[in-house]
Write a protein that binds this ligand. Structure first.
Ligand code: ITT
Length: 205
């Protein structure tokens, strides 16, 4: 069974490949469907955007499609940038400008509490779109650190660590990230029933 990863973000795609490695599906990148162009990502919630991406690809291909919409929520900014994370500093998406804008917004702010939130959407033949969420709590650093990852990773220090996601090895991020948690929850809710149990346990367990 093929599962299309409905993302134009190459770094996100690489994470999905690692996170879904044990799913008994053939992962297909969106680059194999050049006719599927951009989708609307201007809905007010991560859920709506994630479903819009997965549905766009499913409607164009008829194949199982998975997408995520994700973002960082900063308590001192009332949850911003949140659903606007990709476009925080304007269009087109510019991660360095986004990080700079976030640091500027937090100048002199002691409360750095934040979280990454990922909403995963899955849709397929006979399976209307469903969503599931993963959250990773942490704090915003005082300056960008590290070269790994993407987006806000140089600024995000997950709880329990002193390094940013961009400093931590990808294996660590892929164990604890919002995306990792969403994929794990997805496997527990849908994976075994839909795709069989690659781990050898009961399909219903
Ligand atoms: P697709 O829509 O094509 O999947 P995108 O990059 O536009 O790619 P989103 O719409 O979900 O993805 O935007 C999420 C933004 O939030 C993204 O641009 C990053 O800036 C940030 N983000 C999401 N997950 C992240 C992560 O794991 N690490 C760092 N930043 C992340």
């Amino acid at each position: 069974m093929k599962l299309i990863l409905a993302t134009h973000n190459a770094s996100k795609l690489a994470e999905f490949r690692a996170l879904l490695a044990h799913w008994p599906v053939e992962l297909v990148p969106l680059t194999e469907f050049p006719e599927v162009r951009q989708w609307n990502e201007d809905a007010p919630t991560l859920e709506e955007n994630a479903v819009a991406k997965a549905l766009t690809v499913y409607r164009a291909t008829g194949q199982w499609s998975m997408a995520d919409d994700s973002g960082v929520e900063v308590d001192a900014l009332g949850g911003a940038p949140g659903v606007q994370s990709a476009r925080y500093a304007g269009e087109p998406c510019n991660p360095a400008a986004n990080n700079e804008k976030l640091l500027t917004a937090l100048t002199g702010v002691a409360n750095r509490r934040a979280r990454f939130r990922c909403v995963l959407a899955l849709v397929g033949p006979g399976f209307p779109p469903e969503t599931i969420e993963g959250i990773c709590e942490g704090v915003i650093a005082h300056e960008p650190r590290g070269t790994g990852g993407f987006g806000y990773d140089p600024l995000f220090i997950p709880d329990g660590y002193s390094q940013t996601f961009a400093e931590l090895p990808p294996e660590v991020k892929n164990q604890i990230s919002h995306r990792a948690r969403a994929v794990q929850a997805a496997w527990e809710r849908w994976g075994r029933k839909l795709f069989g149990d690659a781990s050898g346990g009961s399909p219903d367990g």
